[in-house]
Design a binder for this molecule. Structure first.
Ligand code: UD1
Length: 413
């Protein structure tokens, strides 16, 4: 079995701003916990015992380290059979995702097959099955491939009847893509993987550290006859690179995961609520009663975190509300995510939007197709359409914003 996973997570995640200004994208909360916690948990359940994070830069490293630390707490939290240990790439300015994997494996002297996953992806895959496939094909590298409707932003592979990859191109124009099979960024690398760098043709790549998996390594390996195989993924897979993709993934998971997978119980039809303590049990009863009395209306599905409150007359439709959030009266939250400790006044309407952590929103506010960064303050009577607000920003009473980014520097609270 595969015991080690390497996760390059040092990219800047600019497309997911403002959610990633002060935090690594691996820590952006999805279904009320960091994105990366989902992946690490799935790896650990598949037998992985060591996870190496290819961190880069101050914010990326400190936020990840301070949250995950050595990872030993995961065993208790999730009742895992074994501990999962988390280690970090030492300080090194990686140039590309492959460079981060290469350096991490060299530093920790890893000489066994590893699985590589991307830090901003969420997926459902049996690593055991993928590894069996890898061994059966006697592959040098196996890439999990997923058919997609839109290949924009992905590497695309063309495979033969045996699933051997004949051709790979990184982020082609959609009309030039050789197939609809996207590179999910989930790879199994054989134990001798990096030996290809000793080949004459690879010298330049190595010297110039041109080690991008999609842009450099995979196409070069294929060109030089290495056995690179595609593995057809059957479960879901989402790249959470942009706010739209984040919301799509969140809504898909809300509709498809079991309550257990969301660490929740179904308190009434299609409403899931988290928390295990007696207090959580009491709160569940209270919210269930409000729903029964018609004081809170739920359409579609909803996931509710711990220690939340919801005012009378509020409607939730495909909404995810994270821990400690307070929603006022007569609000409407539609196809949106409210992260932890946010506070919404009365008569707030949020549609197709992401509200960051510890955000404060006044009364009579409308927010549509927007992303509000952590700890921002939105005053009363604000209207927003297609807006991004950077963390800690303040939007004044009555402001009406459209297709706009609020990012001037304001004093931090
Ligand atoms: C070049 C490459 O492999 N592209 C793949 C990558 O695209 P994508 O555009 O995500 O590729 P990036 O290189 O930007 O990011 C990949 C991962 O590497 C990390 N990172 C990046 C640079 C760096 O110096 N250090 C580092 O750790 C990023 O945080 C990220 O987790 O994933 C997609 C699936 O999601 C695939 O379809 C693409 O084929």
């Amino acid at each position: 079995m595969i015991k080690k996973a390497v996760i390059p997570i040092g990219g800047e995640a600019t497309r997911l701003r403002p959610l990633t200004i002060e935090t690594s994208k691996g820590l952006v909360r999805l279904l009320n916990k960091p994105i990366l916690e989902h992946s690490i948990l799935s790896l650990a359940r598949d037998g992985v015992e060591e996870v190496y994070l290819g961190v880069r830069g101050y914010v990326n490293y400190t936020t990840l380290f301070d949250y995950f630390r050595e990872g030993y707490w995961l065993k208790k939290k999730y009742g895992l059979e074994k501990e999962v240990r988390i280690r970090y790439m030492p300080r090194y300015e990686s140039t590309t995702n492959g460079d981060a994997v290469w350096y991490t494996m060299r530093y920790y002297d890893i000489k066994e097959p590893v699985v590589v996953i991307q830090g901003d992806n969420i997926y459902q895959l049996s690593l055991r099955e993928m590894y069996e496939w890898h061994r059966k094909k006697n592959a040098f590298m196996t890439i999990a491939l997923q058919p997609v409707n839109d290949v924009t932003g992905f590497g695309v592979a063309k495979i033969d009847d045996d699933h051997r990859i004949e051709y790979f191109v990184e982020k082609p124009k959609p009309e030039e893509a050789p197939s609809n099979l996207a590179n999910t960024g989930i790879y199994i690398l054989s134990e001798n993987f990096w030996e290809f760098l000793e080949e004459d043709w690879a010298k330049e790549m190595k010297e110039n550290r041109r080690l991008d998996f999609g842009g450099d390594i995979i196409p070069a390996l294929i060109e030089h006859g290495y056995d690179v195989y595609g593995y057809p993924m059957s479960g879901y897979w989402f790249d959470i690179g942009t706010p739209d993709r984040y919301l799509n993934a969140a809504m898909y998971l809300l509709h498809h995961l079991s309550p257990e997978d969301m660490e929740a119980v179904e308190i009434t039809h299609d409403v899931y609520m988290q928390g295990k303590s007696e207090m959580s049990e009491d709160l569940r009863k209270r919210i269930r009663d409000m729903i029964k009395r018609g004081e809170v209306l739920i359409e579609g599905k909803a996931l509710l975190g711990r220690h939340i409150s919801i005012g009378k007359g509020t409607v939730l439709e495909d909404a995810i509300i994270d821990n400690y959030s307070m929603i006022g009266e007569n609000c409407e939250i539609l196809h949106s995510v409210i992260m932890d400790r946010a506070k919404l006044g009365n008569n707030v309407r949020i549609i197709n939007s992401i509200v960051g952590r510890h955000v404060e929103i006044g009364d009579n506010v409308r927010i549509v197709n927007s992303v509000i960064g952590d700890n921002a303050v939105i005053s009363d009577n604000v209207r927003m359409y297609n807006v991004k607000i950077w963390p800690h920003e303040f939007v004044e009473n009555g402001a009406s914003l459209e297709n706009y980014t609020v990012r001037h520097t304001a004093p931090k609270r």
